[in-house]
Design a protein around this ligand. Sequence first.
Ligand code: CP
Length: 301
Amino acid sequence: VRHLVGIKDLTESDINLILETAGQFKEVINRPIKKVPSLRDVTIANVFFENSTRTRLSFELAEKRLSADVVNFSASGSSVKKGETLLDTVNNILAMKVDMVVMRHSSPGAPHYLTKHIKANVVNAGDGTHEHPTQALLDSFSIREKLGDVAGKRIAIIGDITHSRVALSNIFCLQKQGADVMVCGPKTLIPKYIESLGVRVGHDVRAALAWCDVANVLRIQLERQQIKYFPSLREYSLYYGISRQMLDELDRPIVLMHPGPINRGVELTSDAADSPHSIILDQVENGVAVRMAVLYLLAQL
Ligand code: CP
């Protein structure tokens, strides 16, 4: 049984295979008949212990486009609230003859733990501050679609790096494809270990925008912060917030990305988020094809 727990475990050729397969599925889902019978006898449980809009709906649509049977589980409203453990919860779902588990959990390592204890395929839909592999894959798919290639491109990941699973998965995914990656944000939101991954580290958002081909802007994750937040949201938006004017004034156009949800008026002004620089909704569209590719390829193993 194979799993997708993190981008760290993938090779460049694994990434290429997933993104090329996603390209084929994107053609399929743009046809009048969007469904293919590829996973007709497969049952998939989407098990979400944390809130989600994009990832959850996107996995469900991907599964339905592949003709899989789908069940959805949210921790809120479930017997987790009565004290049932993660493993008991998942084993009870699997007893109903489920073949694959797509899981979001607030604890880093929770999907990896599952892979050691259950026989179904496990797909990580985000584990705490650790990895969000399908987000990084759909981000790379969107960069390839817009710029032709990831190799050689300068990508700045701007914002709350410390609390972001999107940052870590993107760093692995982009570097494996030959991109030059910078992380940019206040010192309090960039972990010390990040330099050991071979990324550039910057603290000046205007310099990062002038340097990059792509700016992937992240949200301040207040829900994960253990200590009183510094800088405040007001200070953050003053020193790191990106406006349409800042993008328009660059010497050359750059691509603006954001995994969502956006804190409008904090990391991005609305006129930047909704500008022609932005491919934010393309990222969301591409998430369905990328997740179809991941599920389809795992089912072949
Ligand atoms: N990008 C992302 O993971 O969004 P959700 O939290 O809404 O799934």
